[in-house]
Write a protein that binds this ligand. Structure first.
Ligand code: GLA
Length: 403
């Protein structure tokens, strides 16, 4: 009896006192996840190929760090001691070996599981095994856990995620904790203290603005995701991010659509988790994914998510305050036809009333840099006039002009 009381007491203590490691995700995490392209068809050779691509194609240099194994890495059953077992065919050398390989290249290792009895793919879930699984991940050198929400029956969302978060923290190994309950219980209102990122919607689909009905669930194109959660930017900031899902850049949209998708993710200070087959990225795809100036917008240390300033005739203006009183502005054409842009900076002061920043160009001149084309445009004294192609963007960075 005493033992039981002691165990309950210890559990209550660490549930109430464990503190999330904020410094792990001061800026949105960057990496790659296997799901969007490979679903459960993953193995050691694939992951080693991904690691090589990170080094060869400059992805690591651009800031991508985490390599995350999504659903499908496990055997269908736990072992006799209740431990999770990596699928011996897919990972014949085990996951410590893979993790050591990833670490030896200066990268970090992420893994997936689920709060329910089974994962979405039907593999063993963590419900009732949270501490045991967390200790196993720590022994493998896991740095990032994505935690899904299938087969959870009547579980309370907040309690289930708190339990896993505490189990991770109790291992003493720093791990990013990524909540994936699709925004159903508004995790942005309660998860700041327990996780570093939370999915805001159901799964992404590689299209600009479609939705795909799968019977019991729906997946969403880029603009559907952007529009579905227009009002939650105030909940994101250093250490805790809104996660609009892994990216689909390089997965079948047009070059312009991929550019727009990446720009929007950077503007939204989203985690930049690639979802394409990075072993075979085209030059165009790589040029987007490794654009250092776009990435700098995403990784800006103020950590403020952009807001939509205006939307008129399928032309949207998005703004993101940056450090040193600079700004990123994204002009987005959501129509299927090219559109003229004629934006008079002086007549359009931009005000971020949530984070209390404003950009008034009447007294100050700003330089305007087109980030995708690496071009200085006319400073803000004159209107910005150009053409934006169908489903494309113009992303500029504004900085005070030096005399
Ligand atoms: C859910 C998640 C996806 C992926 C799959 C794996 O659908 O939202 O991102 O992890 O499960 O089964």
């Amino acid at each position: 009896m005493r033992k039981i009381f002691f165990a309950i007491f210890t559990l209550i203590c660490y549930l109430s006192f464990a503190q999330k490691n904020e410094s792990l995700a001061k800026t949105p995490p960057m990496g790659w996840n296997s799901w969007n392209t490979f679903e459960t068809k993953i193995d050691e050779e694939l992951i080693k190929g991904v690691v090589d691509a990170f080094l060869k194609d400059g992805l690591k240099d651009a800031g991508y760090t985490y390599i995350v194994l999504d659903d499908g890495w496990m055997a269908m059953e736990r072992d006799a001691q209740g431990n999770l077992v990596p699928d011996p065919k897919k990972f014949p050398n085990g996951l410590k070996h893979l993790s050591d390989y990833i670490h030896s290249k200066g990268l970090k290792f992420g893994i997936y599981n689920c709060a329910g009895d089974k994962t979405c793919g039907g593999y063993p879930g963590s419900h009732g095994h949270e501490s045991q699984d967390a200790l196993m991940y720590a022994s493998w050198g896991v740095d990032f856990l994505k935690y899904d929400w299938c087969n959870t029956q009547n579980l309370n969302t907040e309690v289930a995620y708190k339990t896993m978060s505490s189990a991770i923290m109790a291992t003493g190994r720093p791990m990013i904790f990524s909540l994936c309950e699709w925004g159903n219980s508004s995790p942005w209102t309660w998860a700041e203290k327990i996780g570093h990122l939370w999915r805001t919607t159901g799964d992404i689909y590689p299209c600009f603005d479609c939705e795909v009905n799968h019977g019991t669930w729906t997946s969403w194109g880029v603009m559907k995701i952007v529009n579905m959660r227009a009002d939650i930017r105030k909940y994101a900031g250093p250490g805790h991010w809104n996660d609009p899902d892994m990216m689909e850049v390089g997965n079948g949209m047009s070059f312009a659509e991929d550019r727009a998708h990446f720009a929007l993710w950077c503007m939204m200070a989203a985690p930049l988790i690639m979802g394409n087959d990075v072993r075979k990225s085209s030059k165009e795809t790589l040029s987007i994914l490794t654009n250092k100036e776009l990435i700098a917008i995403d990784q800006d240390s103020l950590g403020i998510q952009a807001f939509r300033v205006s939307k008129k005739d399928s032309l949207e203006v998005w703004a993101k305050p940056l450090v040193n009183k600079e700004w990123a502005i994204c002009f987005l054409n959501t129509s299927k036809k090219a559109q003229n842009l004629n934006f008079n900076w002086l007549a359009n002061p931009i005000v971020d009333s949530v984070f209390d920043y404003s950009l008034n160009m009447t007294g100050t001149i700003f330089t305007v840099k087109d980030l995708y084309n690496n071009l200085q445009l006319t400073p803000t004294k004159k209107p910005l006039q150009t053409v934006i192609g169908a489903h494309d963007v113009l992303v500029v960075r504004l900085a005070k002009k030096k005399d």
